[in-house]
Design a protein around this ligand. Structure first.
Ligand code: AMP
Ligand code: MG
Length: 300
């Protein structure tokens, strides 16, 4: 598929990719205020519109081909703009072709299974783009920052211990590789927000009555663990950015740029799949011609 914006968006996606084997130490080396060469929102508007168009077109081919699925993992700290990114980036896509699943605090039933169980139940099938708004990564993020979450998981002694995070990260890599080897591609996005911009957005949730519903005192408490989260994210990004399922760090202080970047990363993954409309063979073409002749003859 050719489009003047495609090359540019793919290049942008590549620039955000965490190359496998890189040691990530957030915030070092990642500027949340970066805008990828765009100066103002208006400069990026054309790229976002093109991104939305490309996504719609790729999704139609993905569905028609029905061989590959795409799992988009979206992770971030509170108020980084995950929901808004999903809303804007997917605005032009056929709703039948996209699934969005938000993962919250696990239920008692979910806690009674292995830590990946609940994330296997809503995987996108072939032909579908599935977005995980929070994901299996919470199992090495919030659960790591607040070990009391681990206590609730009914783990046997053999599944605990100091190396539990190392084992979980390995388990995640194995699971993602399994998905990719079976045609469910996995692409991972971390929306990287600065503490100052988070502070501003949380304040806006208090100041603007229409945003009051979004404010949660829990977000303020989590903000107090900022450095623990940076460490947990750094470790997860370092050990789980693989060739099969790479991470992308998207600068999130400017929502308008983050949205273009999220679109770019999803488009890059779809372009790599390169889904095609199925081509008909000679027999199928002949059957179509017969059907055409029959329909024409049926004219009242
Ligand atoms: P939100 O996405 O802001 O609506 O909040 C969902 C909440 O669920 C967040 O506070 C997450 O930290 C929490 N959460 C998500 N997954 C898990 C998990 N596996 N264990 C514990 N808490 C989780
Ligand atoms: Mg929240």
């Amino acid at each position: 598929m050719s489009d003047e914006h495609l090359g540019h968006l793919r290049h942008l996606a590549r620039s955000l990719r965490v190359e496998p084997g890189t040691r990530v130490r957030l915030p070092h080396g990642f500027d949340p205020g970066h805008t990828g060469g765009y100066v103002r929102e208006a400069d990026a508007a054309g790229a976002l519109a093109a991104g939305v168009r490309l996504l719609s077109s790729y999704q139609a081919r993905l569905a028609a081909q029905d061989s590959y699925g795409l799992l988009v993992v979206l992770q971030a700290l509170d108020a980084a703009g995950k929901d808004g990114a999903v809303q804007h980036v997917m605005s032009g896509v056929n709703p039948q072709g996209v699934w969005v699943r938000s993962f919250k605090v696990p239920s008692a039933d979910e806690l009674n299974h292995d830590f990946l169980w609940r994330y296997t139940r809503d995987l996108p099938p072939r032909g579908v783009i599935g977005i995980y708004n929070r994901s299996h990564y919470e199992e090495v993020l919030v659960v790591r920052v607040h070990p009391e979450n681990l206590e609730r998981q009914h783990l046997p002694e053999s599944a605990r211990g100091k190396d539990v995070w190392e084992r979980r990260l390995r388990g995640i890599n194995d699971w993602e590789r399994h998905l990719v080897e079976n045609g469910i591609q996995v692409v991972k996005i971390f929306l990287n927000l600065s503490p100052e911009e988070q502070r501003r957005r949380l304040l806006a949730r208090i100041d603007d009555p229409d945003k009051n519903w979004k404010f949660s005192a829990a977000d303020l408490a989590e903000r107090g663990h900022w450095h623990d989260y940076q460490r947990a994210y750094s470790d997860a990004l370092t050990h789980t950015s693989t060739e099969a399922a790479p991470w992308h760090v998207v600068p999130a202080d400017h929502k308008w740029f983050a949205r273009v970047a999220v679109a770019a990363v999803i488009i890059d993954a779809l372009a790599a799949i390169d889904p095609r409309f199925p081509e008909l063979g000679p027999d199928e073409h002949a059957a179509l011609e017969t059907a055409r002749a029959q329909l024409i003859a049926m004219k009242e």
